[in-house]
Design a protein around this ligand. Structure first.
Ligand code: ZN
Length: 362
């Protein structure tokens, strides 16, 4: 199989390839229509595919595009596994649920966020409770979002960031920016004030397809952190929990934990693991991991996010600068190169097999 041909240049191409691969594999597809449209006017869907017995008590879930533009990677892996037959000959009593483009708006528009400028992986808090405070974000917000991108305000922002990093270190800067915040709707890593369309959709998918199963293993595909082509497995279950121990038993001791300080990721609030836990953990043995693939250095990735945030606040997507920024976004989250795709897919094959082997032991 040609791995590189499984990846797509656009959301529309990815969806078409995914649906074709599902049909060829005999998967059962359900589609959830997002009310928005893509930049080409095309319709947007989160699609799910079920492979294996409908009454299986063990289910592997592989989910793409939690962070929109990162879907180039996750979709490519899902399509690759379908074409390679990796979801055929499953262990007894086991099924696979693919969630393709849970944030289709972000995928189509080359954004990391949803249609409401929300970071979907910070949106899973309990909104009936007071939202988590992140005073650190307030200290960097102004330098992240200057009101021009090519003039004096931008230059002042760059100088302020350099000074902040010199004083506090890059990891602290990254933690301030990326931990999640619920105060600045025009800012980065904003968790929102209510559940997004993508969260409602995920809740429906979990309720319809996963409730009552004995064991569920989730692999959520991400990009943008870590060394080029490297796949870090991140587990946000609590340190010392059975779920974190199980993740390490299945995938190896190098599974990282942001709470333990061993991950390239900062500790984040409201990740999708919270929704899976809320809906499933009482009766299901649940093991959630994120696979985080490296692309470019972290400051390049953050700069692409700042540019994209500026573009949607103040700029014109349909201008030369707009197209430049969109290319910058794609490069930050999707390295359109054969070696990168091979590295991505090889690691994905490994963890898919590990997850299926682990599920058998539950
Ligand atoms: Zn991500």
């Amino acid at each position: 199989m040609d791995v590189t041909s499984c990846f797509s240049a656009t959301y529309g191409e990815a969806r078409q390839k995914f649906l074709q691969a599902c049909e060829a594999a005999g998967a059962t597809v359900f589609s959830h229509r997002n009310p928005n449209s893509g930049p080409d006017g095309g319709e947007l869907f989160a699609d799910t595919a079920w492979i294996g017995p409908f009454d299986a008590s063990r289910v592997l879930v592989a989910s793409s595009a939690t962070h929109g533009v990162e879907g180039h990677c996750g979709s490519g892996c899902q399509i690759g596994h379908l074409r390679a037959g990796d979801y055929e000959n499953l262990p007894a009593d086991t099924a696979v649920l693919l969630v393709h483009a849970i944030n289709p708006y972000g995928f189509a528009w080359s954004r990391r966020v949803t249609e409401d400028n929300v970071d979907f992986n910070r949106n899973h808090i309990d909104f009936d409770e007071p939202v988590p405070a992140n005073p650190n974000y307030g200290s960097v917000h102004a330098m992240l979002v200057p009101d021009d991108w090519q003039g004096a305000a931008r230059q002042a922002a760059e100088d302020a960031i350099k000074e902040f990093i010199a004083e506090n270190g890059q990891m602290h800067f990254q933690a301030c920016v990326t931990g999640g915040q619920y105060e600045f709707a025009d800012g980065l890593f904003y968790g929102g004030v209510r559940p997004t369309w993508s969260r409602h959709t995920l809740e429906r998918i979990i309720a319809d397809r996963l409730r009552g199963r004995r064991a569920v293993a989730v692999i959520d595909y991400h990009t943008g952190l870590g060394p080029y082509g490297h796949g870090e497995l991140i587990c946000v279950h609590e340190p010392g929990s059975e779920a974190l121990n199980r993740a390490r038993a299945w995938y190896g001791p190098d599974v990282t934990s942001p709470a333990e300080g061993s991950s390239a990721s900062a500790v984040v609030e409201g990740s999708i693991a919270d929704t899976y836990e809320r809906q499933l953990s009482e009766e299901t043995v649940l093991t959630v991991v994120a696979i985080e693939y490296g692309t470019l250095p972290v400051l390049d990735v953050l700069n692409a996010l700042r540019a994209d945030n500026w573009l949607h606040l103040y700029g014109d997507v349909d201008s030369e600068l707009g197209r430049e920024i969109k290319a910058q976004m794609r490069a930050a989250f999707y390295q359109d190169q054969d070696d990168w795709k091979s590295m991505i897919f090889g690691r994905s094959e490994e963890i898919t097999r590990q997850a299926l082997t682990g599920l058998r032991q539950v």
